[in-house]
Ligand binder design. Sequence first.
Ligand code: ADP
Length: 344
Amino acid sequence: MRMQDGLNAAILEALPMPVLIVDRQERVIVANAASRQIFGEAVQGRTFATVLRQPALMSALEAALRRGDQGRVRCLIQGAGREMVAMVSCAPIGSGAMLSFEDVTALEEAEAMRRDFVANVSHELRTPLTALMGFIETLRGAARDDPAARERFLSIMDREANRMNRLVADLLSLSRVEAEERKRPAQRVDVVSLVQSALVTLRPQAEAAGVNLLLEGGDAAIVIPADPDQLTQVFTNLIENAVKYGGSGGEVTARISRIPHEAGLRGPAVKIMVIDKGDGIDPLHLPRLTERFYRVDTHRSREQGGTGLGLAIVKHIVNRHRGRMRVESQKGQGSSFIVTLPET
Ligand code: ADP
């Protein structure tokens, strides 16, 4: 019998889930290791109401003690230096009750993120859609017999439809990249030629914006394990952003170099910097740039045909390649987007 008790206590102590057992007087008589991490080592012996004073939980506990009811209550708990959202199960055992805490913080955060994402996507699609619907109505009515107005409206409709098209393409691309994020790319690819081809693709756009595109350090091939289409997308997005948002500086440079030993990546790496001399980015925005739909200046991004997803896609692709991305920028002096990718 005693051995059985010892085993039960050991099992309780080893459970990863925080568990408290209180007696009939609502005093904590058992607190396992996981619960002591949250409520502190001294929790044992305290009156439960001094540990967690939450009305819903107190009534669930009373219901368990007085009537033998089982209950489940959502609680906000401050402990172990953070705020945790927990579903607390309250069950009668013997003459006392057992409270077990299920941490649902990450789950609720993921749900909130999903909701935000759907709301953002809907909002982003609705703006061009509203414009399209408005112009269809105008073309049927007031502008019916006005060829000049018709042409002008059709070209706006064309632009808005293209915006929706780009948004859908970026969303698909993001979900594909996310789905593959854990699959390491296996192809051997020359990074230099990918950067060169991104520069070639963007040359007309840069010329139209009066921006000179330069390449530094791309003298010899650098072959790494990579997904060529995805890396092309990384370089295209970064160079295109530099032209769009940093083009006022008149030049954008892609600089490629090798690092014999990159500490963060524990080995040899290739570093690709995309440098512009534009207005730069306020440091306040830097940590959030890779969030979906985050823009420093929404109006400007829209005007440039941006979807707000470019850097989110870049981040996921770089992650998949086990690389790193960081941004250095000073207001008025331009920005550098720096990608390092492991060579092996
Ligand atoms: P977008 O579709 O808006 O271009 P991105 O995810 O590619 O979306 O970029 C997010 C935001 O980061 C942009 O809206 C812009 O405000 C800012 N940004 C990106 N690159 C640069 C840059 N080189 N210089 C200044 N701001 C930039």
